[in-house]
Structures are given as structure tokens and as C-alpha cells.
Design a protein around this ligand. Structure first.
Ligand SMILES: [Zn+2]
Length: 183
């Protein structure tokens, strides 16, 4: 896993392109996370953006042994997309690459230009992890199951932004067992 910054996906799926339905795209809000799904056959890209608090319960660089263990475990689990996102077998997808940002670099870089509504007297950090798949039968990409939502109950609301051959779509998932339909 190499380090990345905010990705081209965010440019592609920026707020300007999305329906106005109260999306919190790019806004750091605890309990809310975003998933970008881009299907450009045979390529499939899945990118998850979440406040770190949803995933490990804190957003400062890990200090204690317990925090370091939680952070290490998160990194390990995020490197295994099959633990988070289940693709239909029939689509015959294979992982090409995955990238994860360094959520603790953000605070250092941007602490001088804080524009959001948060008080700046404590740390906030976002995790972005991106998976690139090659799907030989992407016509079978009709749904996606998200163990992610069971693994991380801190994600109470997942905003799914999709760009598929049929156009742009938005779905909001708020229950852990909900299946994502790919239009
Ligand atoms: Zn925060």
C-alpha cells in the first residue's frame, strides 16, 4: 500500500456533479462515511472515505499501545478488501492495486487553514482507502455487499456515490445488512 492524497475520484465525483440531496461529500462528520463506486468496464474502483473516529474511535496519532494496536489492525484489515466489500463471484473481479492515505499527515498539512465548522483545538483525521479491480464480466456487477458496515458500526450512514455505464447514482445506506444495488 502506498500513500496517496485525495484522489482523482473526488474530482470526478465532486459535489458539482452530484444530485443535491444534502450530501456531506468531503465534509468531516462523525458517523458518516462515503463510498465512491466507479465502473468503467473492465475497471472497477471502490474508494472509501471516513473519519477515522468511525473506524477506531480516535483521530489523533496513536499514542498508547492500545491505540497503536487498533491502528495497526485497521491498516491490516483495510488491505484486505474482501473483508469490507463483497463483489459478485460471477463478475470475476481481481484486485489490481490498493492505496491508503496517511490520515495523520492531513492534520499537519492543513492545521493552518481550517475551514470547516470544527473547533481546531483537537485532531480530526480522515481515512481514504481505494481499491482497483479488473472484472472480466462486469455485466454481473449488479450488487455489492458491505461487511464494512458490520465491522465498523461507527459508520451509521454510508453515502454511496456511483458512476456506472448507466450514469451517476446516489444511495444512502443506514442499516448494516443492506445490500447495495449497482444500477
Ligand atoms: Zn473528527
Amino acid at each position: 500500500m502506498k500513500l496517496i492524497r485525495k484522489t482523482s475520484l473526488l474530482l470526478l465525483l465532486g459535489t458539482g456533479l452530484l444530485p443535491q440531496v444534502g450530501l456531506t461529500a468531503g465534509v468531516h462528520q462523525h458517523g458518516v462515511a462515503q463510498l465512491d463506486v466507479v465502473i468503467e468496464p473492465p475497471a472497477l474502483t471502490l474508494a472509501l472515505h471516513s473519519p477515522l473516529a468511525n473506524l477506531i474511535g480516535f483521530e489523533h496519532p496513536p499514542a498508547t499501545a492500545e491505540e497503536q494496536a487498533l491502528w495497526a489492525e485497521l491498516q491490516e484489515h483495510m488491505q484486505q478488501p474482501e473483508l469490507q466489500l463483497l463483489l459478485p463471484q460471477a463478475a470475476d473481479c481481481s484486485l489490481q492495486s490498493s492505496d491508503m492515505n496517511d490520515p495523520f499527515a492531513h492534520h499537519a498539512q492543513h492545521s493552518h487553514t481550517h475551514e470547516d465548522e470544527h473547533d481546531d483545538d483537537h485532531d480530526h483525521a480522515d481515512l481514504t482507502v481505494e481499491y482497483h479491480f479488473h472484472c472480466t464480466r462486469s455485466e454481473y456487477l449488479k450488487h455489492l455487499d458491505l461487511p464494512l458496515l458490520q465491522n465498523y458500526p461507527g459508520i451509521e450512514k454510508l453515502e454511496v456515490r456511483m458512476l456506472t455505464p448507466s450514469g451517476q447514482h446516489l444511495q444512502i445506506l443506514q442499516t448494516p445488512d443492506q445490500r447495495l444495488t449497482l444500477p
